[in-house]
Design a protein around this ligand. Structure first.
Ligand code: HEM
Ligand code: NAG
Ligand code: NAG
Length: 327
């Protein structure tokens, strides 16, 4: 009995060693992963990100969203950064419905990666650069900070279909939002905290025109503040590409204004207002609206959990030199 347990433990240990040493198999992430490999990494990312935000403040929101759109599609593997390439038949994720015409920040990541390559050539993955840049984006906007676990590798492949299938859309109901996050192992609380990223950034009228449609509480059953709906209809006079802030209360500060706006029925997207519409997340929205520190703490923890999403076993991985194409 005891010896069979020892045998079992030994073979498990052997299995773990074998799996961990297979080429391309990601090992567990760690905050100290680059301490010896690239000691100057974090200051390099931070200052390159600060430069990008100084020249265009909207870059911070763009990079934060990029990280979400990376992690939700076959894990945080920088697949979202790959350009289409007809010579290798690579169809990237940039043209997927949730990304086309609105996902931004690729140039900022290129600039940060090039600063990192100068400091530590061929050492740091694009996926880790993105994870660090997203953390820095939040803190540059006045939000929380956290220790980023590192050691991700970059995929040599991407999937437009997976991007279309995995990224939730602005018309989602509360139950489909909960499902989309649960499929990634993220809880309802994680989902609501992570949605608080909409405390910054903009959306195009194409994503909220339907919600702005009617008067008080909108047409088609939209629960919306009448004054706000009128403002949005005005914004949409500029056409489908006209933008409005996702957080009407404090558009450019990473704070809890988003949740206060939801309580006034001033969520921009249908999916935003679904978090406060008589459902299971109402109490948490109220809590975040009155306690900014509770939101900041939960957001940081949820970002770490989202950042742990790993590519499927068998995904070909490497440390990419240039984020837009495999080596
Ligand atoms: C809960 C489900 C979510 C839905 C349905 C959703 C949907 C959207 C949509 C439709 C837009 C506007 C895109 C456009 O103009 O076409 C947007 C923008 C944005 N999203 Fe989300 N999102 C969700 C969750 C998240 C999460 C988890 C994050 C990050 C942690 C995030 C970060 C952002 C940011 C920062 C922007 C503004 C980007 C910019 O200004 O360029 N979103 N989102
Ligand atoms: C709009 O909906 C909210 C929440 O369901 C409700 O409290 C409010 O009375 C409604 N307003 C109108 C004008 O129907
Ligand atoms: C509508 O928004 C205003 C702020 O613009 C707010 O004072 C009011 O309470 C909101 N109405 C509802 C029903 O939440």
């Amino acid at each position: 009995m005891a010896s069979s347990r020892v045998l079992l433990a030994l073979s498990l240990a052997l299995l773990t060693l074998t799996v961990a040493s297979l080429p391309g198999t990601p090992t567990a992430l760690s905050t100290s992963y680059y301490n010896k490999r690239c000691a100057s990494l974090q200051p390099a990312v931070r200052s390159a990100m600060a430069r990008a935000v100084a020249s265009d403040p909207t870059t911070a929101a763009a990079v934060l969203r990029l990280f979400f759109h990376d992690c939700f599609v076959n894990g945080c593997d920088a697949s979202v950064l790959l350009d289409d390439d007809t010579t290798t038949n690579l169809i990237g994720e940039k043209s997927a419905f949730p990304n086309a015409n609105s996902l931004r920040g690729y140039e900022a990541i290129d600039a940060i990666k090039s600063a990192v390559e100068s400091a530590c050539p061929a050492t740091v993955s694009c996926a880790d650069v993105l994870a660090l840049a997203a953390r820095d984006a939040v803190s540059l906007l006045g939000g929380p900070s956290w220790n980023v676990r590192l050691g991700r590798l970059d995929a040599r492949i991407a999937s437009r279909d997976a991007a279309n299938a995995n990224l939730p859309g602005p018309g989602s109901s509360l139950s489909s939002l909960l499902d989309a996050f649960q499929r990634k192992g993220l809880s309802a609380r994680d989902m609501t905290a992570l949605s608080g990223a909409h405390t910054v950034g903009r959306a195009r009228c194409a994503t909220f025109r339907g919600r702005a449609g009617g008067g008080a509480n909108g047409s088609g059953g939209e629960v919306i503040n009448a004054t706000y709906a009128a403002e949005l209809r005005g914004a949409c006079g500029g056409g489908d590409g006209a933008v409005a802030p996702l957080d009407v209360a404090t558009p450019d500060a990473f704070d809890n204004g988003y949740f206060r706006a939801l309580m006034e029925r001033r969520g921009l997207l249908h999916s935003d207002q679904e978090l406060f519409n008589g459902g299971s997340q109402d109490a948490l929205v109220r809590k975040y609206a009155r306690d900014g520190a509770a939101f900041a703490g939960d957001f940081a923890k949820a970002m770490v959990r989202m950042g742990n999403l790993a590519p499927a076993p068998g995904t070909p991985l490497e440390v990419r030199k240039y984020c837009r194409r495999p080596n």
